[in-house]
Design a protein around this ligand. Structure first.
Ligand SMILES: Cc1cc2nc3c(=O)[nH]c(=O)nc-3n(C[C@H](O)[C@H](O)[C@H](O)COP(=O)(O)OP(=O)(O)OC[C@H]3O[C@@H](n4cnc5c(N)ncnc54)[C@H](O)[C@@H]3O)c2cc1C
Length: 409
């Protein structure tokens, strides 16, 4: 029986496996695909912290993003200050790098191995898996199992942990482009209802182009490709469109007995942008520390393992809450309201707040400051007049703003 079974060979599963194997535990990783890092669904935008806080080398950076432009539905352009260091990294290479680290530390990687069932009995976790296109069934037993299966897997449900309460759809491709160096955000109900679409330059000639939307993601993606500000700069689409779900909000529970979840499987994602690499790697670190501290001659203590949930929520619970609040507030926004939002963001008052408060990986403070500006409040109340659902959100917002404003001041 192995000490730790990690299900999911994405970046968060591999990093967890690396930390645990490095501490001398026996670790197996199960990955359903035949290679690590593909298919690539992620834009790979990260802040400086990813390179300073974890074992991630800067050689994986494609491009430093020097400019952020936002286009309102009518085409009004807003240039956001880029004083924060933001990078586009080579996401498939990050996954490969972390998988190699894990293997170098002694973890065993099982490719083409898809976990189908998980259960725990008398302190032993059993996972049954199909290998090599269902040609072979195999059983793994471990003292602890880590579910790092991403946003879509049923395993966290089966284990009694549950999944994020909400999610958005996304479609992304890599394209050959010209004159696209920074990051550009496109707003509008035809392109990304309740969310945004984007084009991010990876180098002089290539970009990732995609939509994140509440519905109709494929249609929205087709509309994005026709956008007058984007279409003339697309030379060729280089990859098949990748469709994914992006979790909004964390799972109801992330520990049950000796089974724990981490990364997208736990909903440890910034609901504002959908970025999950920094939160996921930080939670992987907290998870590995907890597992290592809970081990002893009697095996791994369930009471100590349960402490993982408190630890990661202390770091990210409020962040995820406020990100989800922003998503709820703006999920029904129409194009006129988006125009108002963009011109508010263009005002010197809001530009000052963004300049003084923005942090790439931590948004709670910025959100609270921005939502407290009178012009923003008046926009939100106008939105609330049009929808009962929005009135309820505004009630919740008022309660939490009062409480958390004191905390950040
Ligand atoms: C369109 C889009 C753009 C994004 N852009 C960014 C960005 O710019 N910056 C950022 O920080 N984040 C971004 N993210 C989020 C980021 O991609 C995720 O947070 C990150 O991939 C989470 O890593 P993970 O290891 O938890 O999950 P995943 O990367 O999804 O990896 C899970 C792995 O588990 C495997 N697996 C699943 N089920 C099983 C099973 N039953 N058996 C065996 N293997 C299994 C999968 O094959 C996969 O390899 C984006 C997400 C989307 C959808």
């Amino acid at each position: 029986m192995t000490d730790i079974l990690v299900v999911g060979g994405g970046p968060i599963g591999c990093y967890t496996a690396y930390l645990l194997a490095r501490a001398g535990l026996s670790v197996d990783i199960l990955e359903e695909h035949h290679r690590i890092g593909k298919p690539d669904h992620c834009t790979g935008i990260v802040g400086k912290n990813l390179f300073t806080d974890f074992d991630v080398p800067e050689s994986l950076i494609h491009n430093r993003i020097k400019e952020f432009k936002v286009y309102s539905p009518s085409g009004i352009e807003l240039l956001l200050p880029a004083h924060i260091e933001v990078f586009a990294l080579d996401r498939p290479s990050l996954d490969l790098y972390l998988a190699t680290l894990a293997q170098g530390a002694g973890a065993r990687l099982h490719l083409e191995t898809c976990a189908k069932n998980i259960s725990e009995d008398s302190g032993v976790v059993t996972v049954t898996a199909n290998q090599k296109d269902n040609k072979r069934k195999i059983k793994f037993c471990s003292k602890v199992a880590v579910l790092a299966t991403g946003a879509l897997s049923k395993l966290p449900y089966q284990a009694g942990l549950g999944r994020s309460p909400d999610s958005l759809g996304s479609v992304q491709v890599e394209a050959e482009v010209k004159d696209l160096n920074g990051a550009e955000i496109f707003l509008g109900r035809d392109i990304a209802p309740g969310s945004f679409a984007y084009a991010v330059g990876l180098d002089e000639h290539t970009a990732k182009i995609g939509v994140i939307s509440r519905g109709r993601s494929r249609q929205c993606f087709e509309n994005l490709l026709e956008h007058p500000r984007l279409k003339p700069r697309i030379i060729d689409i280089l990859t098949e469109p990748q469709a994914r779900r992006m979790p909004l909000g964390h799972a109801p529970s992330t520990v049950k007995g000796h089974i724990l979840s981490v990364g997208d499987a736990a909903g440890q994602v910034k609901s504002t942008t959908g970025g999950g690499l920094y939160y996921g790697l930080k939670c992987a670190t907290l998870l590995a520390e907890t597992i290592i501290d809970s081990g002893g001659p009697q095996g791994f203590s369930k009471t100590r393992l349960a402490g993982y949930e408190k630890k990661w929520k202390r770091h990210f619970g409020k962040e995820i809450f406020w990100g989800k609040m922003v998503r709820d507030i703006f999920s029904d926004i129409n194009d006129d309201q988006l125009e108002r939002l963009v011109s508010l963001l263009n005002s010197s008052e809001l530009k000052n707040i963004v300049n003084n408060t923005a942090d790439y990986d931590s948004h709670q403070r910025l959100i609270i400051k921005v939502l407290s500006v009178p012009g923003m409040k008046s926009l939100l109340w106008d939105m609330a007049r049009e929808s009962l659902n929005h009135k309820n959100i505004m009630k919740r917002l008022g309660q939490h703003l009062r409480k958390d404003t004191e905390e950040i001041d």
